[in-house]
Design a protein around this ligand. Structure first.
Ligand code: 0RA
Length: 655
């Protein structure tokens, strides 16, 4: 009986069989499909290599064996991660397929080999994290590991793709100065893998992640060093207060409602551990930051659900008990209580399940009731023990509830106005004739005079204009009810036609390009920041859909020979003058938007055939929002610092 008979196959010569199935061995699968292991081969994937090694070191810290991690970006393009943990085990395997190899070599060359749960039972893992250091080795051009353990120093080197260059060597005793045990890993990412975006690490990306890790692991010292030429810096993160410091940090650019932070921790018999810190600021937006085993859960999940449910219940119960909510009053809604809330909900567990579109939502159901139960007890206790603060929390919630009702009335008023006056478009909107949103563009133009020029420059079939006057109301400081009463904002909402806030529906947008057209000067940049903040906060899906753009009118024009040349901004002007030292300085005349004639505006800024528009990403909008918080927030200190460091750019700003 042939093999094929046994499996019931009807094998014809040349048909598909076991001989055709490629058996991938060792680290080959990682190099064949890097995206499966590190998400992408772009910059995000590149940085994933660092997270992978750092996560291993943080695991040692969580297990109680490591107090310091050094991350260094070397001048030669390598990344070095050093920790003072136990060191990767060095003893040889006595049997099995890896017989004779050191544990180090197995950890670095076998997929999914690595420490199982350490002493504490938790590992930084989930999503793309926790794939193992062997993945880093596979995707590196070269990797060197050094281990201090049992008084000896060990070393092994790997070539491109993770091939060992000899066995693990003892190079001598552990150096007498410094740590007694630990691991150093230096790796040089393989340019053949990271072809698309290169192998240059971005310091800011690394710093952000390291700072978060330091906040989440109280007391852990993380030292970052950039040794690359022109980029040298050293930054140390160590937070004795852990996530309490995290919350204070997040509220630093805002005004805290009170200085205390509510903090509680608990661990149960099933190895579920929670660490929660809560503070309110005087602002109007909520920021609940969830983490599971050190991974940011931006899509939320069970831990955040449990926290929200308990928060709403506890604050309402307290408000009733203290008669701050009267018998006939309705309960506060969760959103009322979460106004201005900053909270860190960090949980750890044995086997976190990450779900959702970006694998950033915690799915473990038991975590919901655990967080809910503990928050019910501990937050209630905290409110009882801190009546002054508790009172402020309830008062803020009551004010938010009032604003919510007022906002609903304001929205209804806008809706009524819209349905009463036919199409209901604002008077100052010069609409386009097309009713096809995909080809329609709305230009938001700063100032009336510029609006006049733009009117001549536009293509009336596809380009609509909405002139806005002066500085629109700042949305960070204004509650939504006040904001919705603002004329400029109302006109904007009506023109776009897709609602606002939670009700915003990008499918209803009347234009697929909403273009901010403001001068390239400081005032223009202020208007842009304001509008971006508004879009980010109140029409987020419009930004996510890629419908928001920034027009780029030139700031200067000059003549070279007979030809007219436009210059975008001061940087471009400096470059222009550098390149043409002979060019007469009184050459060039400042041209604001309003001073340009319509043909100039058309060619440089509006006509689809010659303009360049900048598409706004969510990150850029978020950044505008952050700048706005600093500039317009109530925290005078942050504002003063911001202005001192950016003085050149904000000299004419009036706020
Ligand atoms: C396997 C087992 C143990 C620790 C590690 C790996 C480990 C890996 C890395 C990577 C960077 N730093 C690291 N530190 C430790 C457990 C060790 C033991 O039980 O002694």
């Amino acid at each position: 009986m042939s093999t094929d008979d046994r499996t019931g196959g009807m094998r014809r010569p040349g048909s598909y069989g076991a001989k055709d199935i490629q058996v991938l061995e060792g680290l080959d699968p990682v190099r064949k499909r890097p995206g499966m292991y590190i998400g992408s081969t772009g910059l995000a994937g590149l940085h994933h290599l660092i997270w992978e090694v750092v996560d291993n070191a943080v695991d040692e810290a969580m297990a109680g064996y490591c107090t310091r991690i050094d991350v260094t970006l070397q001048a030669d393009g390598g990344c070095r991660v050093e920790d003072n943990g136990r060191g990767i085990p060095v003893d040889p395997y006595p049997s099995g397929p890896h017989r004779g190899k050191s544990a180090v070599e197995v950890v670095l060359t076998v997929l999914h080999a690595g420490a199982k749960f350490g002493g504490s039972g938790y590992k930084v893992s989930g999503g793309l994290h926790g794939v193992g250091v062997s993945v880093v080795n596979a995707l590196s051009e070269r990797l060197v590991v050094e281990i201090d353990r049992g008084g000896q120093r060990y070393r092994q080197e790997y070539a491109k793709g993770g091939t060992p260059q000899g066995k693990l060597d003892v190079t001598g005793p552990t150096p007498s100065r410094g740590r007694t045990s630990g691991t150093n890993v230096v790796f040089w990412p393989d340019p053949a893998i990271f072809m698309a975006e290169g192998t240059e690490f971005v310091a800011r990306t690394v710093l952000e992640r390291l700072q978060t890790m330091a906040f989440l692991n109280r007391g852990l010292e993380i030292v970052f060093q950039d040794e690359r030429p022109e980029k040298q810096q050293q930054v140390t993160y160590q937070y004795r207060g852990g996530i309490v410091d995290f919350v204070k940090h997040l509220n630093a650019s805002k005004e805290a409602l009170f200085s205390k932070v509510c903090h509680y921790e608990e661990e149960d018999a099933d190895h579920q551990a929670i660490d929660i810190a809560v503070q309110w600021n005087t602002g109007y937006y909520e920021g609940i930051h969830g983490y599971a085993n050190g991974i940011s859960t931006i899509e939320g999940g069970m831990h955040v659900e449990g926290f929200r449910a308990a928060l709403t219940a506890v604050v309402n119960k307290y408000a009733r008990a203290k008669n701050l909510l009267k018998e006939r009053d309705e309960n506060l809604l969760g959103e009322d209580i979460r106004e201005g809330l900053t909270a860190i909900v960090a949980v750890k567990m044995r086997d976190p399940q990450f779900e959702g579109q970006t694998k950033a939502k915690l799915g473990n159901v038991p975590m919901r009731s655990f967080v809910q139960k503990v928050t019910n007890e501990r937050l209630a206790e905290w409110l009882e023990e801190n009546p002054t603060e508790a009172n402020k929390v309830v008062k803020k919630g009551l004010a938010a509830a009032q604003a919510r009702v007022a906002a609903k009335n304001a929205r209804n008023a806008i809706r009524r106005k819209t349905s009463l006056s036919g199409a209901g478009m604002p008077d100052k909107l010069k609409d386009c004739s097309s009713r096809n949103a995909a080809e329609s563009e709305l230009f938001i133009v700063e100032g009336d005079s510029a609006g006049g020029t733009a009117l001549d420059a536009r293509d009336p079939r596809t380009q609509a204009l909405l002139p806005i006057r002066g500085k629109i109301l700042n949305v960070e400081r204004a509650r939504i009810d006040r904001m919705l009463k603002n004329n400029e904002i109302q006109a904007l909402i009506t023109a776009i036609g897709a609602g606002v806030g939670e009700e915003f529906d990008p499918a209803k947008a009347r234009y697929h390009k909403v273009v901010i057209l403001a001068d390239a000067d400081v005032d223009g940049s202020h208007i842009r920041t304001l509008l971006l903040t508004f879009f980010y906060r109140q029409m987020g899906p419009l930004v996510e859909a890629g419908y928001v753009y920034i027009a780029q009118p030139p700031l200067y024009s000059t003549e070279v020979g007979k030809e007219k040349v436009y210059i975008k901004d001061d940087t471009a002007k400096a470059r222009f003058l550098d390149e043409r030292p002979g060019h007469k300085k009184e050459f060039s005349r400042l041209k604001g938007l309003g001073e340009m004639d319509w043909e100039e505006l058309k060619v440089t800024t509006m006509s689809a055939s010659s303009r360049t528009l900048l598409q706004v990403t969510v990150e850029e909008a978020a950044e505008a929002d952050q700048i706005m918080s600093v500039l317009m927030g109530d925290d005078v200190e942050s504002r003063r610092n911001f202005i001192a460091t950016n003085a050149r750019d904000v000299r004419n700003l009036d706020f």
